[in-house]
Design a protein around this ligand. Structure first.
Ligand code: C2E
Ligand code: CA
Ligand code: CA
Ligand code: CA
Length: 278
């Protein structure tokens, strides 16, 4: 029996070290990718539901591979968070967004760009200094950039999140609660943190036309948001029925494949920032 246990332990440690190796490999690949500018910024339009026109966009990072495929941010962002590299990624996304903002504005785009932040960013004085320097150089920046932070990231270290968000808020930045409703403390956040926008998670939107519970959650979130003076974005709009239903429910903004998948900046400018389109 001791031998069997021993055998099990060997397997366990082998699995652990394989996992650790994979993590280490991925971490060094990410480092390399940052250094070599391998990432690309994609934008997905966010539509104004009532006006039926582009209102803004979410910046989503892409990591193209030599074979034409992409490594999903769901895979590498988590690893970047664990290894501390997320800070460099967030800075890159922010700088890249700012770089393209000038281009977007020149083409006639007047919306704001949503930039995703992680827990680590919220806990980092270095990140704050970085943003503060950017907004000192260009005070209009806070009118054109909205930070999206997931419920989980806010709750991981509520005090750090509050302090960072208040400081950035006093410099004019607004915040959107990403994946709203998927955490365990959605309501506390709305009371404790300076948020001006809620993004209802796609998991509630997807089946809301057939699942009465999902519909009720979306309806209540919209009601609550109105009372709290928060704007609402519904994510994951994949068809016309969802678009029409949410518009009739007075949801402010809509985002999803029905309107457009995330596209690279040139394509975004061509499709959505071109003055001739208006
Ligand atoms: P998220 O912030 O919740 O972003 C929304 C995700 O839903 C994006 O996936 C987007 O492409 C996808 N999406 C948009 N519309 C639809 C739709 O109609 N149907 C479906 N099924 N999906 C839709 P993506 O780009 O793969 O990003 C996945 C996650 O990775 C993001 O979720 C975010 O958590 C993270 N991420 C992406 N870019 C960044 C970044 O620049 N910084 C950070 N910190 N995280 C990022
Ligand atoms: Ca987001
Ligand atoms: Ca989301
Ligand atoms: Ca998500």
């Amino acid at each position: 029996e001791a031998k069997e246990t021993n055998q099990l332990c060997v397997h366990y440690f082998e699995a652990l070290s394989t996992r650790a190796n994979e993590l280490a490999n991925m971490t060094s690949k990410i480092k390399h990718a940052i250094k070599n500018q391998e990432f690309e910024l994609y934008l997905q339009p966010i539509f104004d539901a009532r006006a039926d026109e582009v209102h803004g966009a979410e910046a989503l990072i892409r990591w193209p591979q030599s074979d034409g495929s992409f490594i999903s941010p769901d895979v590498f962002i988590g690893i970047a968070e664990q290894s501390g590299l997320i800070l460099n990624i967030s800075k890159w996304v922010l700088l890249e967004t700012i770089k393209h903002l000038a281009q977007l504005k020149a083409a006639g785009f007047i919306g704001s760009i949503h930039v995703n932040l992680s827990t680590k960013d919220l806990e980092s004085p270095e990140f704050y200094d970085f943003v503060e320097e950017l907004v000192t150089n260009d005070p209009s920046l806070s009118d054109f950039i909205i930070f999206e932070i997931t419920e989980c990231a806010m709750m991981t270290n509520l005090e750090a999140a509050r302090s960072m968000m208040q400081k950035l808020n006093s410099r004019g930045f607004e915040f959107s609660v990403d994946d709203f409703g998927t955490g365990f403390s959605s309501l506390v956040l709305l009371r404790e943190l300076p948020v001006s926008q809620i993004k209802i998670d796609q998991s509630f939107i997807k089946d809301m036309l057939t699942q009465i519970a999902d519909y009720a959650i979306v309806e209540s979130t919209l009601f609550l948001a109105t009372r709290l003076n928060c704007k609402v974005v519904a994510e994951g709009i994949e068809d016309k029925d969802l678009k029409q239903t949410l518009t009739s429910m007075n949801c402010d903004y809509l985002q999803g494949y029905y309107f457009s998948k995330p596209v690279n900046v040139n394509e975004f400018i061509h499709k959505y920032a071109n003055e001739e389109k208006y």
